[in-house]
Structures are given as C-alpha cells and as structure tokens.
Design a protein around this ligand. Structure first.
Ligand code: GTP
Ligand code: MG
Length: 140
C-alpha cells in the first residue's frame, strides 16, 4: 500500500488545527501509521527542503519551519500521494480552492499549514528523514 509523509506546519500547530487536519485524512479512509510532535533542527529542515536552497523565500521558509513544533506523520492508503496533495490544495492559498486544507485554513504562501510529499521518491526520502523503523505501527 502506498505511503506518504505529511507534516502539519508550525502555524497550524500554534492555531490548534492538528485535530481538524487529521480528521480529514481519517474521513477519507487513510490510515495514520506513525506520528509525532517535534521541533525540527536546522540540519533536518535543510535536508527536507534541499531543492529550495538559494530561492528568495528559502530563508523565511527554513526559519518558519523551525520556529515551533510541527506534527510529523506517515499515512498509508490507495493512491495517497496524489490524493493527499488534492486534499491539501494549491501551494499558494490564493489559488487553493475552498474545501481544500489550504483553501479553508491558509491565507499566505509562506504560512500554508501543511506539507505533503509530491512523488513516491520524495515520500520515501522524507519518511526516512523523519522516522525510524521502530516508530511505525500497523493500523488496519
Ligand atoms: P510543501 O508541501 O511545503 O513542500 O509545499 P508544496 O509542495 O506545495 O510547494 P513547494 O515544494 O514548491 O514549496 C515548498 C514551500 O516553499 C511551500 O509550501 C511554500 O511555503 C514555500 N514556497 C514555494 N514557492 C514559494 C514562493 O514562490 N514564494 C514564497 N514566499 N514561498 C514559496
Ligand atoms: Mg513540496
């Protein structure tokens, strides 16, 4: 079964949105198989967002992502990488449709509530960056 890495960003943790966001993925039929509240180190955020190094928004992105706790998760389900990205909505909340997570909860590109892996390769890479094998449970 396909797995993906989802992370509730510091803005959403601060705003008390963990429960509402998790509820959407549960309602969709996906299974949470690992999860933890954590503060990301500078080293980890650089590895996670390595593709964005050098972009004008990179400094703001990494500072924001280490500014408070995130809720890091691994979810499992059919076609979950593509479907979870649909549920999140566009990166820019100005373009994210109402009914999507960013469309409903975010107003700004650099405070956009949730991260989700965008490909099977990135899902595996990100899962391995954030989680060890002994942190997974079977949740059928
Ligand atoms: P993530 O799930 O966080 O990876 O977002 P994404 O996959 O929808 O977008 P992408 O990976 O391209 O960008 C990662 C993050 O960098 C985004 O969530 C934004 O917060 C930020 N970002 C990307 N492009 C821009 C930009 O043009 N301007 C600003 N301010 N932030 C950007
Ligand atoms: Mg991305």
């Amino acid at each position: 079964m396909e797995r993906t890495f989802l992370m509730i960003k510091p803005d959403a943790v601060r705003r008390g949105l963990i429960g509402s966001i998790i509820a959407r993925f549960e309602a969709k039929g996906f299974k949470l198989i690992a999860g933890k509240l954590m503060v990301i180190s500078d080293e980890l955020v650089k590895k996670h967002y390595y593709e964005h190094e050098g972009r004008p928004y990179y400094e703001d992105l990494t500072t924001f992502m280490t500014s408070g706790p995130v809720f890091a998760m691994v979810w499992q389900g059919e076609n979950i990488i593509k479907l979870s990205r649909f549920m999140m909505g566009s990166t820019d909340p100005e373009k994210a449709a109402p009914g999507t997570i960013r469309g409903d909860y975010a107003t700004r590109m650099n405070r956009n509530v949730i991260h989700g892996s965008d490909s099977p390769e990135n899902a595996e890479r990100e899962i391995n960056l954030f989680f060890q094998a002994n942190e997974f449970v079977s949740n059928e």
